[in-house]
Write a protein that binds this ligand. Sequence first.
Ligand SMILES: [Zn+2]
Ligand SMILES: [Zn+2]
Length: 153
Amino acid sequence: MHWKLPREGGCRCGQVRFKVSAAPYVTMACHCTGCQRMSSSAFSLSAAIPADGFEVTQGEPVIGGLHGATRHYFCPRCMSWMFTRPEGLDWFVNIRSTMIDDTGGTAPFVETWRAEGFAWAKTGAPHSFEKLPPDDAWEGLMKGYREWTPPGA
Ligand SMILES: [Zn+2]
Ligand SMILES: [Zn+2]
């Protein structure tokens, strides 16, 4: 596995810190308009970390974003979007790859919502979907990710 562990990360101001002690199931880029707005950028980057391999070690993140069943967590001071606990999927935490101190090897393996993305925004992800992958594609994608060597790893 190409992920150095453990890894630490934090928000822009440093008030909230976290630790990752398990390799991701998959890394992703999302071009959807929701991610564009929440990340203030062309797309968001994430790594799906097994839930028991993620812990907040400092600070108290607060809910932001949609305030819905999918919980988006932010630093209460600098308002950085740090991680997401998706509705009904409590076995992983989607951390923002940009919050990790050492981002080596975090390149996205899958990109989603290409249909809503900027035409010029290229991520280099080897698997690209106009919307989301079909439900039955995830197992194969996660297997492919384990065997992949990301650029910059
Ligand atoms: Zn902060
Ligand atoms: Zn998105």
